[in-house]
Design a protein around this ligand. Structure first.
Ligand code: 6PG
Length: 243
């Protein structure tokens, strides 16, 4: 992938440190402006969230100007152990001086995942003041990657991959036999900065195929139209990358 920045760190802790530094830099580029970030779920970002909740970041990050969204959410209540909101809330949001109105949760608790997606989409349109057909420009979108090459809840072979108009959709994931709610590719690709965090040897093969372009994975469809794409990975995940 040309024009893509790849930062290889020794281990997961160093990866989290590099991501925290990047987060702070991006959040303070425009001193007075709001900063909008779409968080990723799963386990990798936990270490980043923990670092941001601690010094030296806790006292430097302008929390009052930051609005937190999610790139995707499981179809579960916010207190469920599967909830991406719960993970971020426990690791970060509950530990920093963040106004409640700065947290924009996907309502995974709603019985109808489509309704959850519609409500979230409406919240995005209102917050970003979007006109019809317009996509939000997130200052930062954090993403991870699964061994199957999914990112957010855009899994291989699922309907959401084909979405070109909606901002957020409910996506049936057959392999998990569950609904997910996810931002769509047009939104991810409209971000100012997209940051993939990838760690662990289990991601070695998929990372090699995605970055070499030899694979055919959803993560490869994340190609920001005007923003910057950066991969922060640890050495264990980078084992098969060409020097
Ligand atoms: C989710 C995430 C998902 C995640 C990858 C990697 O809801 O699970 O949004 O896209 O980033 O599955 O997860 P790990 O970081 O746990 O490997």
């Amino acid at each position: 992938m040309s024009g893509v920045l790849i930062d290889i760190l020794p281990d997961a802790a160093a990866l989290a440190g590099s991501a925290a530094k990047t987060f702070l830099r991006l959040a303070t580029v425009k001193p007075e402006a709001l900063f909008t970030v779409a968080l990723s779920g799963g386990s990798t970002p936990k270490a980043l969230y923990a670092q941001l909740a601690d010094e030296p970041y806790r006292s430097q990050v302008p929390w009052e100007r930051i609005h937190f969204f999610w790139g995707d959410e499981r179809h579960v209540p916010p207190d469920d152990e599967q909830s991406n909101f719960r993970m971020a809330s426990e690791a970060l949001l509950s530990k920093v001086p963040l106004p409640a109105e700065n947290v924009h949760r996907i309502r995974g608790e709603l019985n109808d995942a489509n309704e959850a997606a519609e409500k979230y989409e409406h919240e995005l349109k209102v917050f970003f003041g979007l006109s019809e057909g317009e996509f939000p420009v997130f200052d930062l979108v954090l993403l991870g990657i699964g061994e199957d090459g999914h990112t957010a809840s855009l899994f291989p072979g699922t309907q959401a991959l084909k979405e070109t108009q909606r901002l957020c959709v409910a996506n049936w994931v057959e392999k998990l036999a569950t609904w997910r709610i996810t931002l769509t590719l047009p939104v991810l690709n409209n971000a100012a900065n997209v940051l993939f965090l990838v760690c662990g040897s289990s991601k070695e093969q998929v990372l090699k195929e995605v970055l070499s372009g030899s694979g055919n994975f959803p993560a490869q469809l994340v190609q920001p139209t005007h923003g910057r794409l950066c991969w922060i990975v640890d050495r264990a995940a980078a084992g098969k990358l060409e020097p």
